[in-house]
Design a protein around this ligand. Structure first.
Ligand code: EPU
Length: 420
């Protein structure tokens, strides 16, 4: 086990340049999509994070082969050896559920462990299952495993009761190989969902967006190989933008997709930071010591992302006045609050709202990271907390951030990974 030790400084100003990685939540479905074809899928701009290792392990357990070379991975699944995603892997990463649609669509069978509880809320997968049933899959639950079967999936109209990112991705992949036309209504339109559709179309799928949240998928018999450059990680980018705003820093972020950042940029500007788009794939952030309070409500894209809620909360602890953060996506995504309070923040949770009173001076302490974005929030808080902050259980952080401590060190932070 490892931990991060941060020597915080209330006067810290991050500066320089930092390169963002490919999007974790875009590479995971792209890797799952390799199960849809016997030909080679080549993905570049991949982030070197633990969740990518986990899904590659899953692909290998199913019988696929892959090769990683720098920031590129090549995958090939001519046939499968197993159709089972084990509880061990699904428990390690819920996104393992992304193999359900492709396996049943191409091989007619899938056995995937039902994900249990989760640190950020109840997170059921009923909408994935209902959608696949609409396409003709027979699904049962036995011994904690979802057993799905179908001779060949058939196109249908599926309306998601609620927007679901991985649910939409599973159905896009399944419908791509179904017989006939599928209409998916009330789809999630996160950039990662759109990026998957782009990859699937390169593989020969026929997916069109009819409006903001409706997709038409004309099923094809077979899909082929493709090469695809994964979009950059908008949540990593948002996390570093907050680091700039929080430390009144001034730096450049490279390899970003500014068009995916509109809502986060708007909120950062409202808090007093300067964020400028520099060409096609760079952003400059310049923070201010006078942070303004504001209210935030998470919602599906293009709304404010739930994956940025914890990090923004840290910024708002440094704002003058009271801010109210409403979390509408997950029912228990405030686990960072108690840890931030240990660092000196004044935050009170009332149902789906967190009331943040600022400005509070933070001071370093020992804290525990409980989920990925909560961990990122603690790192940010540690940067401006006087003295030493030790973050334990950083395996959550490593699931989704590539070398965060090296990137922050490059901007002038004092942060080290040590053996626990
Ligand atoms: N939901 C259902 N039934 C379902 C599916 C979802 O009720 O069958 C509910 C969920 O409980 C939640 C809401 O719908 O209240 C939205 O959940 P969604 O399915 O969109 O979440 P997800 O697909 O499991 C992805 C990201 C998450 C991100 C959410 C929301 C991946 C691999 N994960 O999860 O990323 O928070 O969308 O944007 O894409 C992270 O990166 O830290 C992370 C948690």
């Amino acid at each position: 086990m490892e931990k991060l030790v941060i020597r915080g400084d209330r006067e810290l100003r991050l500066s320089g340049e930092v390169r963002m990685s490919g999007a974790k939540n875009a590479i995971l479905p792209a890797i799952a999509a390799s199960l849809l074809t016997s030909e080679e899928i080549r993905l570049s701009n991949i982030p070197r994070v633990k969740d990518v290792e986990t899904i590659l392990t899953l692909i290998a357990e199913l019988g696929g082969a892959y090769q990683v070379d720098g920031d590129t991975v090549s995958l090939r699944v001519p046939k499968i050896r197993s159709d089972e995603a084990s509880y061990e892997l699904v428990r390690a990463m819920r996104a393992s559920i992304l193999v359900l649609g492709p396996l049943v669509a191409r091989f007619g069978k899938a056995v995937v462990a039902l994900p249990g509880g989760c640190a950020i809320g109840s997170r059921p997968i009923d909408l994935h299952i209902a959608g696949l049933q609409k396409l003709g899959a027979t699904i049962s639950l036995e011994h904690g495993y979802i057993q799905a079967q179908a001779d060949r999936l058939r196109g249908a109209v599926v309306e998601f009761e609620k927007k679901t990112v991985t649910g939409t991705e599973n159905l896009l992949m399944a419908a791509a190989l179904a017989k006939g036309e599928t209409i998916l209504k009330n789809c999630a339109r996160e950039p990662e969902v759109v990026d998957l559709a782009v990859l699937l179309n390169k593989m020969g799928a026929k997916i069109e967006w009819l409006d903001a949240d409706t997709a038409r998928v004309r099923g094809v018999r077979e899909l082929g190989g493709a090469a695809h450059d994964i979009i950059s990680d908008r949540i990593e980018t948002g996390t570093f933008l907050v680091a700039g705003a929080l430390t009144a820093g001034d730096f450049l972020l490279r390899n970003v997709c500014p068009e995916h950042m509109a809502t986060v940029i708007e909120k950062l500007r409202a808090s007093g930071a300067i964020v400028e788009i520099e060409g096609e794939n760079a952003l400059r952030v310049a923070g201010s010591r006078e942070v303004k309070a504001q209210d935030i409500m998470t919602s599906p894209y293009p709304g404010f992302p739930t994956d940025m809620q914890a990090q923004f909360m840290v910024l708002l602890t440094q704002a003058t006045g009271t801010s109210i953060i409403t979390e509408t996506i997950f029912d228990r995504r405030f686990s960072h609050v108690n840890e931030l309070v240990r660092l000196g923040a004044s935050i009170e949770v009332q149902g789906d709202k967190a009331v943040v009173k600022g400005k509070t001076l933070l001071s370093g302490a020992e804290v525990i990271a409980t989920d990925l974005r909560a961990s990122a929030a603690l790192v940010l808080a540690g940067l401006v907390a006087a003295g030493e902050t030790t973050i334990n259980e950083i395996e959550h952080l490593d699931r989704g951030y590539e070398r965060i401590e090296e990137k922050l060190r490059g901007l002038g932070a004092s942060i080290e990974r040590v053996k626990a």
